[in-house]
Design a binder for this molecule. Sequence first.
Ligand SMILES: C[S@@+](CC[C@H](N)C(=O)[O-])C[C@H]1O[C@@H](n2cnc3c(N)ncnc32)[C@H](O)[C@@H]1O
Length: 206
Amino acid sequence: MAANYNNSAWFYDPLSRLVYGRELINAQLYLLQHIKPNSSILIVGGGTGWILDELTKLHPSGLRITYVEVAAGMMALSQKRNTGNNLVIYINDAIEHVNLSNDDFDVVITPFLFDNFTEQTLSTVFTHIHKLLKPGCLWLNADFQLTGKWWQQFLLKSMFVFFKVICGIEASKLPAIEVYFTQNGYKTIAEKAFFNDFIIAKVYTM
Ligand SMILES: C[S@@+](CC[C@H](N)C(=O)[O-])C[C@H]1O[C@@H](n2cnc3c(N)ncnc32)[C@H](O)[C@@H]1O
């Protein structure tokens, strides 16, 4: 079953702030520092789009952004964000259904996207995005990780149950995200952990 984050669009940000404070934001702000002026960027699963405001604070102009978000409610909120003089193309569809050219992007950002997926969907989506990237491109990824602390499993399980009921997400456990990067030849050039190691933000390149 495909996830439908429409149901959560109006409360997603307040709820995530309640549980994680600013740590989901901080992890993504850390990643955004690695973007050079005038980059061409693909953002997949940007949610309510606050990341566009933050990108625009760093780069008020010169960026070309392709913003792919499957939930219409999330996309409607994203389209109200301040994007300055950057060029933004909004695509309201699942990334795996979107045909983009593989010459287009310097950077791809996948913030808390993969935890929604079963291994099978992750494999499809990862391969689709991977084909869009050339050597030297950056892949900025933030997501949850389990480092052996009991409360991480507890929080993760609670999130899966909650978002399965509200949004119908298909995942019920964290897929092996790192394995896909390693198997496809990516190396980590920068990383930082947040929220007592439960959140990991990584900058990958090929
Ligand atoms: C867990 S939310 C994270 C939102 C945002 N990145 C944040 O950190 O606040 C995942 C987002 O990915 C979107 N999404 C899920 N599957 C997708 C797909 N296949 N293509 C594009 N967007 C997708 C959902 O609609 C949702 O907005």
